[in-house]
Design a binder for this molecule. Structure first.
Ligand code: AMP
Length: 419
């Protein structure tokens, strides 16, 4: 498989799919440029080699072409600043102008294409309302056809293809997956960011050092079932934390007061426990909880056994006994995956459990464990606690990472690597 480090971009025109879907405020100013910064090593390598760089991304979910709220022109000055060079802009990613600008792009020059999703062909889904199912089916067929032409057009700009957009790797879109077939295996590769993400997932899911502990937190079992089911075939220990705790506790006959609970998932919780036993996976559940008399940072609190929560009280974090229990398991692990907080970490009075888990992961990492943190709120957690650089890897891909740990093949990865 081709790698970006081994590839000399001199004299090449590189089409680089990045994820510049950054948050903007109402004045269309960038409020967090992490995603742009994450792609810089790849972009800079191509420029330094003397390649011509074509940068392509989506932003937001535009419903028409163009929808200036989602124009990549808003981020153009900042991209140029970060790259330290002039960046040209093609105001229509698949228009005549773009083709001319690409053709005239010299060695070391950079061109940013307008938002790929201004074309429905990027996602390959028809837009608008349809009166009948037949009309919808016809529109779907039509867009699949025009998607081929759109993809071929994008591919025609370049002599090589680099995918550095892990955040969209779970989508089989024109620029994230379909385009790859226009390049032979020596001329398509992951960017540095994508490479790091793929290696991190591999270290956790396939080349696993044992014991392997996953900490699954967050609010609901229902949004994590597929991940839990897949993890039950991989991990040695599965720590169940966060709001999910109470569905499991209730299923086991405990009293959970007003704690968050999915009553339609009680049976499923028992099935998961049973499956864990069959697979020799140790399920680690909370023993005590920090409970509150309201869903508020200022509520009255107390610590109780997790299965003895009084009426009108709710569990908003784990208690100190559980913190110790979880930390012990984590510190004895060689591979750690953390997804989801142990409690309502947005309230300062209920961060202690998540913080304890974070600290234990940092200690295990210091002692040689590989730790991957990812998927939504756990990233916010490690940032809040200032430990992002003390774990092995913090994933940039929310949905993509979750699908990878569900055991799914990601189209953006498959398109480059094959399986
Ligand atoms: P998720 O997006 O599923 O990872 O869930 C993250 C959310 O779960 C965060 O906003 C937490 O505040 C919430 N959460 C964690 N523990 C609890 C709990 N015990 N009760 C209610 N919400 C919780």
């Amino acid at each position: 498989m081709q790698t970006i480090d081994n590839f000399n971009f001199a004299g090449q025109k590189a089409f680089v799919r990045v994820d510049f879907n950054v948050p903007l405020n109402e004045n269309l100013e960038i409020t967090d440029d992490t995603r742009i910064r994450a792609a810089l090593p790849t972009l800079k390598k191509i420029i330094a080699d003397g390649g011509s760089l074509i940068i392509a991304s989506h932003m937001g979910r535009p419903k028409k072409n163009p929808d200036m709220k989602y124009s990549l022109k808003s981020i153009l000055p900042h991209v140029a600043d970060l790259l330290g060079t002039v960046v040209q802009f093609a105001p229509d990613c698949a228009g005549e102008d773009a083709a001319t600008m690409v053709a005239n792009l010299k060695a070391g020059e950079v061109l940013l294409l307008e938002n790929l999703r201004f074309y429905a062909e990027e996602e390959g889904k028809p837009r608008g309302e349809f009166a009948t199912d037949e009309e919808k089916a016809a529109a779907k067929k039509e867009i699949k056809e025009s998607q081929k032409a759109f993809t071929a057009k994008l591919a025609s700009y370049a002599t090589c293809y680099v995918n550095d957009a892990f955040g969209t790797a779970h989508r089989a879109h024109a620029s994230t997956a379909l385009i790859a077939k226009y390049f032979d295996e020596n001329n398509k590769m992951f960017g540095y960011l994508m490479e790091k993400e793929v290696i991190a997932v591999q270290k956790v899911m396939t080349d696993t050092a044992r014991p392997f502990t996953a900490i699954m937190g967050g609010s609901k079992v229902s949004s994590k079932i597929e991940i839990i089911e897949n993890l039950l075939t991989k991990v040695d220990n599965l720590i169940i934390a966060g709001g999910m705790t109470y569905t499991f506790t209730k299923a086991l006959g405990g009293k959970i007061g007003n704690s968050i609970c999915e009553d339609d998932k009680l049976e499923l919780a028992l099935e998961l426990l049973d499956k864990a036993k069959k697979n020799n996976v140790a399920i680690v559940l909370a023993e005590d909880a920090k409970i509150a008399d309201a869903f508020s940072n200022d509520a009255h609190t107390q610590f109780v056994n997790v299965n003895e929560i009084p009426d009108n009280w709710q569990g908003l974090d784990i208690g100190p006994i559980t913190e110790k229990k979880f930390a012990e398991v984590i510190k004895n692990s060689k591979t750690i995956l953390w997804n989801g907080p142990t409690g309502v970490f947005e309230f300062d009075n209920f961060t202690s459990g998540s913080c304890a888990v974070g600290d234990a992961i940092v200690e295990a990492t210091k002692n040689g464990a590989f730790s991957l943190v990812g998927g939504g709120d756990s990233v916010a957690c490690v940032n809040k606690f200032g430990i992002a650089d003390k774990v092995s890897y913090v994933s940039t891909g929310g949905g993509a990472l979750l699908e990878a740990i569900e055991g799914r093949i990601l189209p953006g990865i498959e398109a480059i690597r094959g399986y």
